[in-house]
Design a protein around this ligand. Structure first.
Ligand code: HEC
Ligand code: HEC
Ligand code: HEC
Length: 755
């Protein structure tokens, strides 16, 4: 046994396996495969050199190999070895040559080194010495400290909450539109590790201020120095540490960096067990619902829909019967625990205890002066549930056209066809739900939930109850039909960043309705309004885009679909129906942004409009206009930085575009040749990772210029022509060749044994 473990062949194999495990499992971030292969070859060569350096160990090293190759007893093992070698080599070759669509490796430094000095607000700050003036002048807990935290809190909920989230956990309403995601401040690896001067640098200079090693991030973090004053930034920083309960890393601790993490206190809410309901409300709910419960917290100004005003005691979501005014406690409980998807109302399941939730429900009732005595809630009568079936769905569709399509649109996308300008009881304009997007349904998941919504309606909104106008069977059929609409939308492509362009042999489709588009692989991305740079926009009804790309030997076609309830062609009959009273409508528009040059590494151009070294092309399509009369427009614009307006070109290099609006959706097709003779244009190449992003202007909201919604950078990859013959022949050839080599060796050694 000991002989076996000290055998040079065994030791060599052990070394190789250990090295492989270290390279692939232990080193982090993981090394690219090509580098692992290089290292393994170097190590294998060295191991063989060492093992065969002396004659005795060399002969011991090869002895088992010779036995395997030559000994008559080893025929079975040789058979197995032959299969393993042929299969292994063929498989490896196949993996190497097959086209891949994995995302390119994007190596990131989480906290790049800050510069030593920073020029902002007309001053030069020494970042190696800079400390937080608020903390210096006001000890923790003092009056001055408390009021700085309170002001920082207001600033946070007005400016940062959309991305970094209500609980500072990086899960803001617009977070899904950004790649990389906004930072989770609760995570000990973020601000708990940093000095306040680092935060001051990051907040004032944002994504564009990152050094070169941070540029592949294409970070959406805004540049705040133009939008916030110096002391406001310090108040925000003080608030971030106060809320999370972490202590900033300080200069004294510099020599013992780990201590700062150890001294960072656990977040407050985790350590305190018993807190009064008023404190819970003040900390968790007041920033939106207001201290007095009237829905006017500091965050409310920029939110849509607005946080509920509890003083009116009118609630949207309830399972009590149509003639009951109030919800059950359990309805409120469900709202609080699960949140309302598609709105800013967070899910509190993981944060609040059952006792706290009960207390909050009582508090909400107190705000609205509910007279519990008078409330006699009755449940909705479900009758006999109609199970879903093609017949039930077909019946449901008929009733849907009569009762629901006027608001929710024929395809369910919420494009109110009745032409009514719906308002809620607070006189805010309100839009019927897009029923093809279940992830935005607030309180509804199952057919039973839909049945309940239809039966009892949505209070304070125009969505009516249908108990008096419709039989229970009808309501169940409609519920089954509505559930079937869930499958008509393309789900968000979570985590996937590469759009695969499919090759077609014939002509490319120029019309959005062309069945040829069935060949494309649709990808859907979230869009966020431009909350990054003035003129900022805080809300947009159109919040995602679905992309399809096809190409042939000469041209490329991109189709962008955006669910848009309103047809904003100024002066058109339909546009006038939807028009908002106080907004000058603009023309709907959609654009695709591409780099001028395909980058050699995974570095993308700066987040919006590129930068000095990485210029971008924009393909822009704008809907027509009736007043003033104008046709749809297709433009190519050039840009090389966020501060200059993109410049439209006279010549579009043959770019053609066509847009069609139908049933609450724009579909726009862009067509261009793969290669042009203009040096300013992107020249497409197969198999390359090409950055791509999208933007949308909703004319209803008067969006134009910098006021619009957009997506992060993703990758576009044109698939290489799949050459089946090569894909099979090359691996088969290399496998066979390796097998023949092996058999040659066997023959040679067999002869030795038979002598
Ligand atoms: C448009 C979305 C967005 C908004 C609004 C936003 N951020 Fe960010 N922020 C990001 C993203 C994305 C990152 C991560 C990438 C990076 O570090 O640049 C980030 C990173 C940061 C970091 C770096 C933390 C670290 O560990 O390196 C700080 C600090 C920060 N944000 C503070 C703020 C503050 C304060 C505000 C409000 C005044 C704010 N952010 C508003 C998107 C946003
Ligand atoms: C970030 C903002 C925000 C915070 C924080 C917040 N809410 Fe809300 N809440 C909203 C919004 C927005 C709505 C309205 C959604 C709608 O109208 O569809 C809402 C609605 C509600 C409703 C009404 C549901 C209905 O059926 O009408 C209740 C109850 C509620 N919130 C309770 C709470 C409680 C309790 C807390 C604290 C634990 C809280 N909210 C914290 C934003 C917030
Ligand atoms: C008068 C217009 C109108 C009619 C008619 C109408 N709805 Fe609605 N519906 C709305 C509005 C407005 C909302 C959004 C309410 C909100 O967000 O506060 C809505 C929301 C919904 C929701 C979303 C519930 C959730 O949890 O998010 C469903 C489901 C729904 N309606 C189904 C229907 C069905 C089915 C019918 C026909 C039986 C119907 N509606 C008829 C206006 C209408």
């Amino acid at each position: 046994m000991k002989r076996f473990f000290s055998h040079p062949l065994f030791l060599s194999i052990l070394t190789l396996v250990a090295a492989y495990v270290v390279f692939t499992q232990i080193i982090s971030p993981p090394l690219p495969q090509s580098i692992v292969i290089q290292y393994m070859i170097i190590i294998a060569v060295s191991v063989v050199l060492v093992a065969t350096f002396e004659d005795t160990s060399a002969s011991r090293f090869v002895a088992p190999i010779i036995t395997l190759l030559g000994s008559p007893k080893m025929a079975m093992a040789r058979g197995v070895a032959l299969i393993v070698i042929v299969g292994g080599v063929a498989g490896f070759t196949y993996n190497k040559i097959k086209p891949t669509t994995a995302s390119p490796v994007e190596l990131r430094t989480v906290h790049p080194a800050p510069p030593s000095s920073l020029k902002v607000y007309g001053k030069t700050f020494n970042l190696l010495k800079l400390t937080n003036p608020i903390r210096d002048a006001n000890p923790k807990g003092s009056q001055g400290y408390q009021s700085a935290v309170a002001e920082g809190r207001q600033l946070y909920y007005k400016n940062c909450v959309f991305c970094h989230g209500d609980m500072l956990d990086g899960a803001g309403v617009f977070a899904p539109a950004f790649n990389p995601r906004p930072i989770n401040f609760q995570d000990v690896r973020t601000i708990a590790q940093l000095q306040e001067s680092f935060l001051f640098w990051r907040i004032t200079t944002g994504g564009p201020g990152l050094p070169r090693e941070g540029t592949p991030w294409a970070s959406a973090m805004p540049v705040w120095r133009g939008m916030l004053k110096e002391e406001e930034v310090w108040k925000l920083i003080t608030f971030l540490y106060d809320y999370t309960g972490y202590a900033p890393r300080s200069w004294e601790l510099e020599d013992a960096p780990d201590k700062s993490v150890a001294t960072a206190a656990a977040p407050e809410d985790k350590k305190t067990k018993e807190v009064s309901i008023d404190t819970v409300y003040a900390k968790r709910c007041a920033q939106c619902h207001g201290v007095e419960g009237d829905g006017t917290g500091p965050a409310a100004e920029f939110l849509y829909p607005k946080p509920r005003d509890f003083t009116i005691a009118s609630f949207k979501y309830k399972t009590t019967s149509a003639d009951n005014e109030f919800p059950y406690d359990d309805d409120l409980r469900k709202t609080i625990l699960q949140g309302l998807p598609g709105t800013a109302m967070p899910a509190w399941k993981s944060i609040l205890t059952p006792r706290e939730v009960d207390g909050l429900i009582l508090k909400i009732k107190k705000f609205g002066d509910w007279d519990e005595e008078d409330i006699e809630n009755k449940p909705i009568d479900p009758g006999q549930q109609v199970k879903t079936s093609p017949e039930s769905i077909a019946k449901g569709w008929k009733s849907f056209v009569k009762a629901c399509a006027q608001c929710h649109g024929l395809s369910g996308r919420g494009n109110i066809t009745s032409g009514k300008k719906l308002k809620d009881d607070w006189q805010d304009r309100i839009w019927p739900r897009n029923l093809t997007r279940p992830e935005t349904w607030r309180f509804t998941k199952t057919a039973k939930d839909v049945f309940e919504r239809i039966s009892t309606g949505i209070r304070s909104t125009p969505m009516p109850e249908h108990t008096t106008t419709m039989s229970t069977d009808d309501r169940w059929n409609i519920a089954n039909y509505v559930m079937s609409l869930r499958n008509t939308s393309v789900q968000l492509s979570k985590g996937e960043t590469v759009i695969k362009a499919r090759r077609v042999d014939g002509e490319l489709p120029t019309d959005p309705g062309d069945p040829e588009w069935g060949k494309a692989l649709p990808m859907t991305f979230a869009m966020a309004p431009n909350i990054i740079k003035e003129p900022r926009l805080f809300f947009s009804l159109n919040d995602r885009a679905t992309i399809r790309v096809l190409f042939n030997d000469k041209n490329l076609a991109i189709r962008v679909d955006v669910d848009d309830r309103t047809y904003s062609v100024p002066g058109d009959k339909l546009e006038k129906q939807y028009r908002l009273a106080d907004v000058e409508p603009t023309r709907d528009a959609i654009a695709v942004q591409l780099p001028r040059l395909i980058p050699l590494t995974s570095e993308k151009p700066a987040f919006r409009h590129g930068d000095k070294n990485r210029a971008v092309n924009m393909w822009y399509w704008q809907a027509p206009s009736v007043e003033p009369k104008d046709n749809a427009r297709t433009l190519v614009l050039d840009a090389n930085g966020p501060n200059a307006a993109p410049a439209p070109r006279k010549d579009t290099s043959g770019l053609a575009a066509k847009g069609v609006w139908k049933d609450g959706r724009w579909r726009v097709v862009f067509n261009r040749s793969l290669v042009t003779d203009n040096a300013l244009d992107l020249q497409f190449e197969e198999e390359k990772y090409i950055p791509i992003s999208f933007a949308n202007w909703d004319g209803l909201a008067g969006e134009k210029g910098g006021r619009h919604s957009f997506a992060s950078w993703y990758w576009l990859k044109l698939e290489a022509r799949e050459d089946r013959v090569t894909l099979i022949a090359v691996p088969a050839g290399t496998g066979l060749f390796a097998g023949l080599l092996f058999l040659g060796l066997v023959r040679q050694q067999r002869r030795k044994f038979s002598v």
